[in-house]
Every structure is written in C-alpha cells, then in structure tokens.
Design a protein around this ligand. Structure first.
Ligand SMILES: Cc1cc2nc3c(=O)[nH]c(=O)nc-3n(C[C@H](O)[C@H](O)[C@H](O)COP(=O)(O)OP(=O)(O)OC[C@H]3O[C@@H](n4cnc5c(N)ncnc54)[C@H](O)[C@@H]3O)c2cc1C
Length: 735
C-alpha cells in the first residue's frame, strides 16, 4: 500500500475501469497528486482489453492475456478499488450510488463505463443470446460453448460492422481448429456490410468471409431468438446454437437519471472532457464528443487518458484545463481469424500475416503497461542511519494481514512474564482464544483483535476485521454478545473522515448485528494509517478450550488456507512483472476477500456440541495453531496434505516464492515438532490467516456426519487429519 504521506483532502472517483481510466491510474501511480484520494469502481476485479478479444475468441490469446488486473493496477496507483456497479449519481450530495446501496462521496467524478451491445428489445435475446459487450461475460460463455460444441455448430452473429466481422472469422477459425465444421451467419440490417471502412479493406475482408464459408445476409434483422433458432423479420428461421450481438451500442440506462446533458443516452462532453456538470467528466464509449462526434472506438478512450489525467488534477488543484482534439481517422487493423490481418488505410487493399504481427505487437505493448509496472523509487536511507536499518526494513513492504502480527516466539516470551489470574471469577490466563470469566451459571468470554488495513476500502476492511475478531468468540463455542471498536483513522479532511468513520461503523454494525452482538461504542484516534480493531464479549455455557483433543479424534478445518500468501503477493504487486501463470491476481484477491468475509457462526454452531477442542486459524498458521492444540493435550497428529483445502491461486503464488513476512517465524515456531514435505502446498501450513477457519477435533465416529452437516450448510469444510498418542508431533503426509 502507498501509505499516504499527505493528508487526503479531496475525493476523485473513477466510475468504471475502462481503457481511459486504466491508463490514467497507471500515470497516477507514477505521479500521484498530493492530497487526493482516488477510488475506482468496477463490477469485476479485471477489465478486458478489446483489441485482443478477437484473438482470444480465435484461440491465440489466453483470457489473462487480455485482462487488465484492476486490483494490481489499483495497488500500483495507491487507489481504493471498490468492487461494485454504479447505478446513479446524487449530484447534490456529490455521491456515487452503487447497486448495493452504498454511496461514495466525490469532489470530482469521471465516467468510463463503456456501452452494452445487447438488444433488450429483441424477444428472447436476454435468455438465449450473448452480447459482445460487456466483454467479460461473452468471453466466458464462448469458452464453455467451445468446450461442448456439437460437430457442426451453428452460429448467428448480429451486426456486420468491423467488430461483428472480426468475431465471425475468429469464431470460425477457433471452431475449425477444434476439428468442427461451423455454419456461421452474419446478419446486417443495412444493405452493405462494413459500411464504415474503405473499399480495399472491405474487399479483402469479404474474401476472408468467403474463405470461412460465412453466410452474409444484408437488409435483414432478427425478430426473435430461441435457444436453437433466430427468426428474422422476413419470417425466415435460422438454426443457431450460439447467438451473438455485436450490433447495439446501448448507453447505460441509469445515465438518464443523472440529470446530465445526454445525446441519445450518451453523456455529452466538452473539449475538456467535462459533462454539463463541471465536476463530472466522461470518456470512452459512454461519452459523446458533441464538439467533434466520432464513432465508438477504443482509440479515442486511449487518447483521452492523458488529457483526463491532467484535467482531473487541474480541477482538484484549481489549475487551467486542457482540450482534447480527436484525430479525424485512425488506422484499423482487423484480424481475420488466422494470424493474419487486414489494414484499413486510404482505401488500399493491405493484408497479410505481417499486419497481424504488427497488431499483436501493438496489443501486447498496450497490455504490458498493466503487467510490468515501473519500479517506483524508494526513499534512500539517511547516510547516518544506525546499523541494521536496511535489514529491519526488509525487502518487502510490511503486509497488514500478516506482517502486522508479532511473531509467536516474541509473544510467547512476553506472555510468560504475566502473573496467573488471582481473581476467582477469572477462569483462564493467556493462551486460549479468549479470556474466560465466570458469568452466572455459564461463562463470559472476552477477546480483542485489530488489523492494519491491507485494503484501501475501509468498509471492506471493517467487515473482515469484525469477522476476524469474532473468530475467537466462535472458536470458544460462544455466542457473540457485545463489541467495542478501536479505530485509528489516517489524516483526512473532515468530510472524508466523517465518511470513512461512517462506513466502518455501519459495516461493523452489519457484521456484529448478524452475529447477534451489539456495538456499544469504542475509541477513535488519528494515526499514520488505517487500523481497525474490536474488543468483543461472548456468552457460553461451557467454553470449548484448545487443549481438549482426544486420541483418535478427527481434525476438521472449515475454511481453505492461503490468505497471508495472497495478501503478501498483492502488497508486492508493484514489484512484480509479467502475467502470473494461469491466474489473475485481482481475481485471486477477490476470492480470498470473499473467503475472509465468510463468518464462522454456522460452523461454530455445528461443531460446538461435538468438538473436544477448537480454535480459529489466524496468525500462527494452520501448523502453529494445531501444535498449540497438541501441546495442550500432549498428543501428536497426522495431516493428509492433499485433503487440506487452499484458496484458488495460493499454491501457485507460494510456488512463485510469495509468502507472508511472518511465515518464517511461524515455521521456526514449529521447528523439531513437524515433519512435512517441502512443497508449496506444505508451505501454506505456516501461512498466517486473516479471518481463517475453525480448526476442531471431533470424535472419529461422528466426523463424517459432522462434515456432511457442515457441507450441507454451505461451509467449505474438510477432514484433514487424525489425532494420535503423544509425544507432541505433527506428521504431514502427501505432496
Ligand atoms: C470485437 C470488438 C473489437 C474491437 N476492436 C477495436 C479496435 O481494434 N480498436 C478500437 O479502437 N476499438 C475497438 N473496439 C471498440 C472498443 O472496444 C471500445 O471502443 C472500447 O472498449 C471503449 O473503451 P471504454 O474505455 O469506453 O470502456 P470499456 O472498455 O467498455 O470498459 C468499461 C468498463 O466499465 C465497467 N463498467 C460498466 N458499467 C459499469 C458501472 N455501471 N459501474 C462501474 N463500472 C462499470 C466495465 O465492467 C468495464 O470494465 C472493438 C469492439 C469490439 C466489440
């Protein structure tokens, strides 16, 4: 995380992770504006780059080749990435309204949300057809269609502009290269295909369409779509296993309610890229350049980016604005399925493999901007810094979810000096998940936990912290009762501070409310960075201790492991270069966050009546916490490594050498008491978990029934091993 050196005073909100915003964020990362908090809102952690879509459909590019990882980009830019869909602007309150009801304040906002190419008016379209835009959904539907396509797949593609033609040839090439014989029909409402390109390029593309045997029908349009047909307005019916629209350019309907000046639903903008409201900018396909109208094309979004970058900063710093003058025309390189392309330039007929290679180079150069981030200079150490400073700082940034924790050995030594409890109503000393106090006929359990923010989204951070802190209560088999918050806010302008505090408290209220606890108050202060903590009480008849495991018990884990490794990789994202093999870090992080957000209430309820011992897996990692349980019981255990669930991407990241900064200390804590293979999967046994799962020992005879109950309740649980006679030792079988 870029710890803000300057107080954050103004809010810039980028709505949509389109091409212009992606480029702007990259520039921002290299040159942030002091005092501005940047937020980017996008429904998904990745945004597709259209230039490579036909190549992906044709099978030349993997999905990750054409996806911009917005989480990595946001980290590089020091921006808050909010996963969500904007559905409105409250321009009076200066707030963006999200689909889930969340409101985000802005001083300046910018729209880059693209268009949709669906045909909502066409009967059956929504249920039985696919729109090329938004691209993400199309790419996924296509991949699964290709995997199960019949021997002679029938496709109908609606819209014979450049995009439709390119996708028709890409589809033909892909299906043919799978040994299939596709029948593709390209439908065009007007009397000519490719009306907006020169005669030479058109002739070359028509020849390529013929090469693929693609049936081109002009002067006709669809009247309805069924799962297996497209019926035309002239009554003709075409068989279709996959119906795609590249025809519409639909603006998003909610723009109508913004009160901004629109042209056919697109936001009208001036040369400074401002809408009719000077605090709201718009770029890319969702904008209409009333002063110089142009067709919808990514090239304009790309060229608008540097002007947008300058002008947004200018508005925030009261500097003069610049104008964007779009070029009249641009070179179109249109791929033709195979690794060949046609160029549209001056009416000439230019085609060949070399043009595809040229286009490939341009596209890969564009995408490299979002895989290889420039290393930003770190401040040099003062020449008279004390010895050992470089080692103390380490090579990696301190990661909040893991590096913020103190190593187990350090903690253990300090706790040894604590005197045992003297009061008769205090039933436990340090060592268990929560303190235990006598309370009526049962007990009250008491715990505290706090986390340094590992995401710039304070609401998300508050939810995760609340669930993390509640883990100790659930691990005792107790019912959460009350919570106090301890919040350290970074330095912010009053309005931003009020919003952040409100977001944290309402997110926490949600989580504690669902857990059955009340928030009673807390303490808030200002500090170097956002830190959120909660002290929580819970009530139980009989608390479940860590130490009660019995010989032959089965060991159950209720969540996959790997959060520390994933968070560490995400923090180090600016230092990484290149695409990761087969994974998009943003998607891995999003899945990891979703796992952390999963409360343990249900798992605790199911396990509590049977568990002989229980804890939640947090800072010491699965191995460290299991050894704590074994220490308490004087027993040993075997784990079946292959049965231990890991978060998607965690093993790949571990294999690439990513690990939390506290993993070595966790490993050291287990030294001499664990026998485990040296594999990436086994490395995750030492991975500190944030909001990790419950680790419980249960009688072997009941284990399968308990597991079935957990799984039926939606808990991602697994039986991972067995408890044996002592001495304390952990044997890990598998690879
Ligand atoms: C097959 C095909 C090939 C093409 N090839 C080219 C080409 O070679 N050259 C060229 O110049 N143009 C090309 N285009 C056109 C190009 O795709 C678009 O002009 C370009 O993608 C526009 O970029 P954008 O920044 O406006 O938005 P987009 O790239 O469409 O991105 C919009 C982003 O906003 C997000 N979003 C959407 N709604 C919301 C919301 N409500 N709230 C928050 N976020 C939201 C989306 O998830 C997405 O990430 C092609 C189009 C197609 C269909």
């Amino acid at each position: 995380m870029h710890a803000p050196q300057w107080p954050q005073l103004r809010d810039l909100v980028l709505i949509g992770g389109g091409h212009a915003h992606a480029l702007l964020l990259r520039k921002w990362g290299m040159s942030p504006q002091a005092g501005t908090r940047v937020t980017v809102i996008n429904p998904s952690p990745v945004a597709p780059y259209t230039g490579m879509l036909p190549g992906h459909i044709a099978g030349h590019y993997t999905r990750s080749d054409m996806m911009i990882d917005l989480v990595r980009l946001g980290r590089f830019a020091g921006a808050r990435v909010v996963m969500g869909r904007a559905t409105g602007l409250d321009r009076t309150a200066q707030q963006v309204i999200l689909q889930d009801g969340r409101r985000l304040r802005y001083d300046v906002a910018s729209l880059d949300i693209g268009i949709a190419s669906n045909l909502p008016e066409l009967a059956g379209f929504d249920d039985h057809a696919v729109a090329a835009k938004p691209l993400g959904g199309y790419a996924e539907r296509w991949d699964s269609f290709v995997a199960s396509a019949p021997a002679q797949p029938r496709l109908v593609i609606i819209g014979a502009g450049v995009g439709g033609t390119e996708l028709a040839m890409a589809s033909a090439h892909r299906l043919q290269s799978h040994g299939l014989q596709p029948h593709i029909t390209l439908l065009e409402r007007s009397d000519t295909v490719l009306p907006h390109i020169g005669s030479g390029a058109r002739a070359a593309l028509m020849a390529q369409l013929k090469h693929y045997n693609i049936n081109v029908m002009t002067g006709t349009e669809p009247a309805s779509v069924s799962p297996t047909t497209v019926t035309l307005t002239n009554g003709q019916t075409l068989a279709s296993d996959f119906t795609l629209s590249v025809a519409g350019a639909q603006p998003q309907a909610w723009l109508q309610s913004t009160g901004l000046d629109l042209h056919q639903g697109f936001v009208t903008i001036t040369p400074s890229l401002q809408s009719s409201d000077p605090l709201v900018f718009a770029v890319g396909d969702c904008a209409h350049m009333a002063y110089a109208p142009r067709p919808k094309a990514g090239v304009f979004a790309v060229r608008q980016a540097p002007i947008l970058f300058q002008n947004l900063r200018a508005v925030l710093s009261a500097a003069p604005l610049r104008h964007y003058h779009p070029q009249r025309d641009y070179l179109k390189l249109i791929s033709t399925g195979r690794k060949r392309a046609v160029a549209d330039k001056l009416g000439l007929r230019l085609e060949g493999a070399w043009l595809w290679q040229w286009k490939d180079r341009i596209d890969r150069t564009f995408m490299a901007k979002f895989t290889d981030y420039p290393a930003m200079p770190t401040p040099a150490l003062p020449i008279d810094a004390v010895q050992g400073m470089a080692e103390a700082l380490g090579e990696k940034p301190l990661c909040g979810g893991c590096g913020a924790k103190v190593a187990g050995a350090t903690l253990g030594t300090a706790l040894q000096h604590l005197p045992p409890p003297k009061r008769p109503d205090v039933l436990s000393g340090p060592g268990d998940d929560a303190g235990i106090l006598r309370h009526g006929k049962g007990v009250q359990v008491l715990t505290t936990d706090h986390l340094r923010a590992f995401t710039n989204d304070a609401a998300l951070m508050a939810r995760i912290t609340a669930i993390h802190a509640l883990g100790d209560i659930w691990a005792m088999g107790a019912a959460p009762q009350s919570a106090l918050s301890q919040i350290t806010l970074p330095r912010l302008a009053a309005a931003l501070q009020a919003e952040m505090l409100d977001e944290i408290l309402s997110a926490a209220t949600d989580v504690f409310g669902a857990a059955g606890a009340d928030i009673l108050g807390g303490h808030t202060s200002i500090g170097a960075e956002l830190t959120i903590g909660f002290s929580i009480t819970g009530l139980a008849d009989h608390p479940i201790r860590k130490s009660g495991a019995q010989e032959n018990d089965a060991i159950i884990l209720t969540k996959p492991i790997g959060t520390g490794t994933i968070l560490a990789a995400e923090m180090a994202t600016a230092q990484m270069s290149g695409q990761m093999p087969d994974l998009m870090l943003g998607e891995v992080v999003t899945t990891c966050m979703a796992s952390m957000l999963h409360p343990l209430a249900t798992a605790s309820k199911i396990l509590s009546p049977h568990a002989t011992a229980m804890t939640d897996v947090t800072g010491f990692g699965l191995a460290g916490h299991l050894l704590e349980m074994l220490d308490g019981a004087g027993l040993s255990a075997t784990l079946a490594l292959n049965d231990i669930p890991t978060l998607p991407g965690a093993q790949t990241l571990a294999a690439l050498g990513h690990a939390s900064s506290i993993a070595p200390a966790n490993r050291a804590l287990c030294l001499g008491r664990i026998n485990a293979p040296n594999t990436p999967h086994a490395a995750l046994l030492f991975d500190p978990q944030t909001a990790g799962g419950l680790l419980a020992t249960v009688p072997q005879a009941q284990a399968q029934t308990i597991l079935k109950t957990l799984i039926a309740a939606g808990e991602p649980a697994a039986i991972i091993g067995t408890v044996h006679a002592g001495p304390v030792m952990l044997r890990v079988n598998g690879t």
